[in-house]
Design a binder for this molecule. Structure first.
Ligand code: ATP
Ligand code: MG
Length: 578
C-alpha cells in the first residue's frame, strides 16, 4: 500500500476558479448549487482553445456535483448555421462530456424583446438613427467622455414605435439601433450607451424570418445565464470590460432583489494560445474558404475534428489542458506540451507495427527462394495484456532507405557492408553490399541471415548494436502516408497576423500566405505496411516502429490504405535499440 501511494501522481492544487467555487459553496451562495454552461456561437468548428473552456465548464460542474448545459449563442444569423451546431455537439461528445440541457439564446428572443420594451418604457433605452461611424465617434476615449446622441431624449412612445418598426419587413439594416441609456461619461466604455439591438435581415437557422431585430451579445449573454440559473459564468479574459454591463443588465432584470447570493457571476480566465498555431474561428474559416487546407478537419487544423483525424485522443487533449492550467494572464503555450501528452497516451495504447515509408529492397541472399515464416510481434511492450500478432517474413524485404549507407561512419549501427544488425522480430543479418543504378542511387541492398539468431530463440545470445524494422515484399501492403508539419512558419501567428494586417496593412489572406508553411503536408504514396493493417478502421492508432505514431485516415479503405502521422517519436533510437 505504502509503495503504491508513493507512485501516485501528486495531486495538483486548486486553480483560482475552483477556489472561488469552493468559497461560494462554503458561503451557501446560490443555495449551494453549481451550474455552468459552455456557450459556443455556432459560427465555425470548435478548436483546441474551446477544449480548454469545455474542460473547465464541464469539469467544474462534474467536480462539484453540478450541471453544465450547452448553450448556443446564436444571435448573429449572418454567420451561423446548423452544420456548425451539429459539429460542435459531436466534438463535445467525442471529448467525453455530456451536457445537461441543450439551450439556444434564440429561445430567449421573445423574453429579451419584452425586457427591451420594458427598458424603453422605463426610459432606460432609446432608438438611435445615427450611423455606426457617428455613434463610434461620439463614444469618446478612455480619457475623454463621450457625447450624447441627439436622439437620446426621444419620447418613450416614439422609441417604442421605432423599436417595433425595427422588427418589421420594412426595417432597413443599419438604419437604427436600440441603445441602453446609461452614462456617456462613464469611466467604463461599455457603459457609454451600448447598442443592445440591431436590424439583421438574414434568416436565422432556427427562428427563420420571425425576427429582424436581434439582441447584441451583451444584451443576450448575461440574461441567458440568468434565465437558465447559471451560477458561475466562465469566459475568457477579453470579456473583463463587459463584466459591469453583464452585472447591470442582471440587476435591471432582477429589479434589485436578493442580489448578492442568487445570481450568476462572470469570471474570466486566460485564452489558450499555442505557438505555431492560429486559433479563432474567423481565421480558421478563412483557411478553409481560401483552400489553404482541405477542410475544417484537415489534420493540420487546430480544430477538435482536425486533431481527431490526425490521431489525437480525447485523453491526450484533456491531459494537455490540465497541465497548462487556468490563470489570469495571457500566455503562449508550447505545442511541444501537447505533443508530449499525445505521445504519453499513445505509448500506453498504440499497437506497434512495421511500416516502411521510404522503401528500398533488401534481399537476404542465403534465405531459400520460396521460404516464408510466420513470426510473432509484441503488440505493446508497455501493456502486457495487449497480446501479440503475427508477421510474415520472406527472402525480400522493404527497409528504409536511411537504414543503409555504403560508406558509413563508425557509429552508424545500421546496414553497411560488413556490419550486422537485427531485423526486428526476425534474425541478425550481415550486410554484404548493394546494387546501384547509373546515377549511383541504391536499387537493392544485399545481406545474409544467420539462422540461429532468430528472435526469441532460447540459445541466441549474440548481440548487435542496431535493430531495424522491415516489411516483407510478398506480404506487405502498399499504403499512402501523410506527414504533417506545423501550418505556420512563425512562432506567434496570432500576433504576427495582427502586425501584418495592422502595421503593414496587408489583407488577411496575403498575410496568411506570408506566414504559411508550404511544407506542412508531405504525401508519400509508395509506402509499405505489414499485412496486419489490412483491415484497419478509420481512427485506429498505431506506432510505426522507429517512425512515429500514426492514425488511419477517415478516407482509408482496404484498397487504398491511408495513414496520418499524429506525431513523431521523440527519441527514435534509445527505445528501439534494445
Ligand atoms: P473564436 O475567436 O475562436 O471565434 P470565440 O470566443 O468567438 O472564439 P465562442 O464560440 O464565442 O468563440 O466561444 C465559446 C467559449 O469558448 C467562450 O466561453 C470563449 O471564451 C471560449 N474560448 C474561445 N476561444 C478560446 C481559447 N482560445 N481559449 C480558451 N477558451 C476559449
Ligand atoms: Mg465569437
Amino acid at each position: 500500500m505504502v509503495e503504491n501511494s508513493k507512485e501516485e501522481a501528486p495531486k495538483r492544487s486548486l486553480n483560482f476558479i475552483e477556489e472561488m467555487v469552493e468559497r461560494d459553496l462554503a458561503q451557501g451562495k446560490n443555495d449551494g448549487r453549481v451550474q455552468t454552461r459552455f456557450p459556443p456561437e455556432p459560427n465555425g468548428y470548435l478548436h483546441i482553445g474551446h477544449a480548454k473552456a469545455i474542460c473547465l465548464d464541464f469539469g467544474i460542474a462534474q467536480k462539484y456535483g453540478g450541471v453544465c448545459n450547452l448553450r448556443f449563442d446564436d444571435t448573429n444569423p449572418t454567420k451561423e448555421n446548423v452544420e456548425y451546431v451539429d459539429a460542435i455537439k459531436e466534438d463535445i461528445n467525442w471529448l467525453g462530456f455530456q451536457w445537461g440541457n441543450e439551450y439556444y439564446a434564440s429561445d430567449y428572443f421573445q423574453q429579451l424583446w419584452d425586457f427591451a420594451v420594458e427598458l424603453i418604457k422605463e426610459g432606460k433605452a432609446y432608438i438611435d438613427q445615427q450611423s455606426q461611424e457617428e455613434i463610434a465617434a461620439q463614444k469618446g476615449t478612455p480619457t475623454q467622455p463621450g457625447i450624447n446622441s441627439p436622439y437620446r431624449d426621444r419620447p418613450i412612445e416614439e422609441n417604442l414605435q421605432l423599436f417595433y418598426h425595427m422588427n418589421t419587413d420594412e426595417a432597413v439594416e443599419g438604419s437604427m439601433v436600440l441603445r441602453a441609456k446609461i452614462d456617456m461619461a462613464s469611466s467604463s466604455m461599455q457603459f457609454r450607451d451600448p447598442i443592445i439591438y440591431r436590424i439583421v435581415k438574414t434568416p436565422h437557422h432556427r427562428t427563420g424570418t420571425k425576427w429582424k431585430a436581434y439582441p447584441m451579445y451583451d444584451f443576450a449573454h448575461g440574461q441567458s445565464d440568468f434565465f437558465e440559473g447559471v451560477t458561475h459564468s466562465l469566459c475568457t479574459l477579453e470579456f473583463v470590460p463587459h463584466r459591469p454591463l453583464y452585472d447591470l443588465f442582471i440587476d435591471w432584470l432582477k429589479k434589485g432583489q436578493d442580489l448578492d447570493d442568487h445570481r450568476s457571476r462572470q469570471t474570466e480566465f486566460n485564452k489558450l494560445n499555442l505557438n505555431y498555431t492560429l486559433l479563432s474561428k474567423r481565421n480558421l474559416l478563412a483557411l478553409v474558404k481560401e483552400g489553404f487546407v482541405s477542410g475544417w478537419d484537415d489534420p493540420r487544423m487546430p480544430t477538435i475534428c482536425g486533431y481527431r483525424r490526425r490521431g489525437y485522443t480525447p485523453e491526450s487533449i484533456k491531459m494537455f489542458v490540465d497541465r497548462i492550467g487556468y490563470t489570469k494572464f495571457d500566455a503562449l503555450n508550447d505545442i511541444a506540451l501537447m505533443e508530449s501528452a499525445i505521445r504519453e497516451d499513445l505509448n500506453a495504447r498504440a499497437t506497434r507495427v512495421s511500416a516502411v515509408i521510404n522503401p528500398v529492397k533488401l534481399i537476404i541472399t542465403n534465405y531459400p527462394e520460396n521460404q516464408q515464416e510466420i513470426l510473432t510481434a509484441i503488440n505493446n511492450p508497455e501493456d502486457e495484456n495487449a497480446g501479440t500478432h503475427t508477421i510474415s517474413c520472406g527472402r525480400e524485404l522493404w527497409i528504409e532507405r536511411e537504414d543503409f549507407m555504403e560508406d558509413a561512419p563508425a557509429k552508424y549501427f545500421r546496414l553497411s557492408p560488413g556490419r550486422e544488425v537485427r531485423l526486428k522480430n526476425a534474425y541478425i543479418v550481415l550486410c554484404t553490399g548493394c546494387k546501384k543504378d547509373a546515377q549511383g542511387n541504391v536499387e537493392e541492398v544485399y545481406c545474409e541471415y544467420i539462422p540461429e539468431t532468430k528472435t526469441g530463440q532460447a540459445d541466441c545470445n549474440r548481440k548487435v548494436k542496431g535493430t531495424i524494422h522491415w516489411v516483407s515484399v510478398n506480404h506487405g501492403i502498399k499504403a499512402e502516408v501523410r506527414l504533417y508539419d506545423r501550418l505556420w512558419k512563425v512562432e506567434n501567428p496570432r500576433d504576427e497576423l495582427a502586425r501584418l494586417t495592422g502595421e503593414e496593412g496587408l489583407p488577411i489572406i496575403d498575410a496568411m500566405h506570408r506566414m504559411f508553411n508550404d511544407n506542412s503536408l508531405e504525401i508519400r504514396t509508395e509506402c509499405y505496411v505489414e499485412e496486419f493493417l489490412a483491415n484497419t478502421k478509420p481512427l485506429d492508432h498505431f506506432q510505426f516502429q522507429r517512425i512515429g505514431y500514426f492514425c488511419t485516415d477517415k478516407d482509408s479503405t482496404p484498397d487504398h490504405l491511408i495513414f496520418n502521422r499524429t506525431v513523431s517519436l521523440k527519441d527514435t533510437w534509445s527505445k528501439i535499440n534494445k
